[in-house]
Write a protein that binds this ligand. Sequence first.
Ligand code: SF4
Ligand code: SF4
Length: 352
Amino acid sequence: MPKKYHIETKKVPRRLPSIGKFGIVDWREDCANCHNCAKKACIYERYRQEADYIKGLGDVKSLFFECNGCFSCVQKCTKGLLALTVNPVYENMGNSYFTPDIITTTWNQADTASIPVSGAGYRGKFSGTGFDGMWTDMSEIVRPTRDGIHGREYISTAVDIGRKPRVITFNEKGAPLDGLFPLVDIPIPLIIDKMPANYSFPNLLPIFADVAKQTGTMVIMDRKDYEALPAGKEQYLPHIIFHLENDKPLMSPEVMKKIRLVEINDGTDIEKRIRELKTLNPELVIIVRVELDANSEQRVIELAHEPFVEAIHIVADINGNQINVENPKFVKDMMRNIHTSRISKVIYFFFG
Ligand code: SF4
Ligand code: SF4
């Protein structure tokens, strides 16, 4: 596969034991000391690893978090001494949206850096809530080795952020008559958002900046977060979207010239603010950040029709729901309403 389509990954050991779904309860009394104990047959070798785990007392629990629930030892024990149980710590993880299953699957994907595969497959027409009710057609992506009639086919995941003219008229020299709007393209449809205040981990910021640089995408940061990055932080500037608070000073003119995207909060004077930012760097694409509260669907539609708005970032809560609403709508349904309201310009949506 060509290098540009490939993100380098490598396996790294976990820093902390993950919380597994299953645990084995082992009633040792009445053990028949069989010659070939069923425990030796564990295909994941959990019992063989027991001594290693026990050496580091802090890790004893993790042995019981790493049973993969194959039932092999339970079924084969001649005296029926073993029982499989669901780990109560596992059942208490997360919330109604980030279920224990989603958290565990995400951990496993992070451990192995393998292709994300989760869920038990499609279960019928528009099944599930939230994003599970969304259909995507990615038949090529799940069959990446397919050779089409034109040879090996790759699917571009790149997205452009910014405005695109409906029609381009060229002069006799072949140059666009009215110029073109600034546009930022990123190779994957994913941007790392600011962490919500309650889930802020400053130690992760240099990692986010590095991930954004290595994958060619962007990370949203406040000025103070950028300033807290270690020496050499200028290398990350093309991959940072500064979130500029209305009442805070801007970055220095040198920094403003090196960045490609900034984000401002929605407000009454956004047109004036966008024009001010454009005077510092006309090539900047400016995103308007809109929190998805009770009135925001209509507000996003209004903004999308404003000629000075280039991109909109709609922000749901961490569960993908509308913010401060008793019976919140899910972000996917709100995006659909906005998109089907005859918006004719390119808008960029994501949530954080
Ligand atoms: S198979 Fe069961 S009864 Fe036999 S040694 Fe193992 S734990 Fe004991
Ligand atoms: S249930 Fe399977 S994975 Fe878990 S300890 Fe027994 S044999 Fe190993």
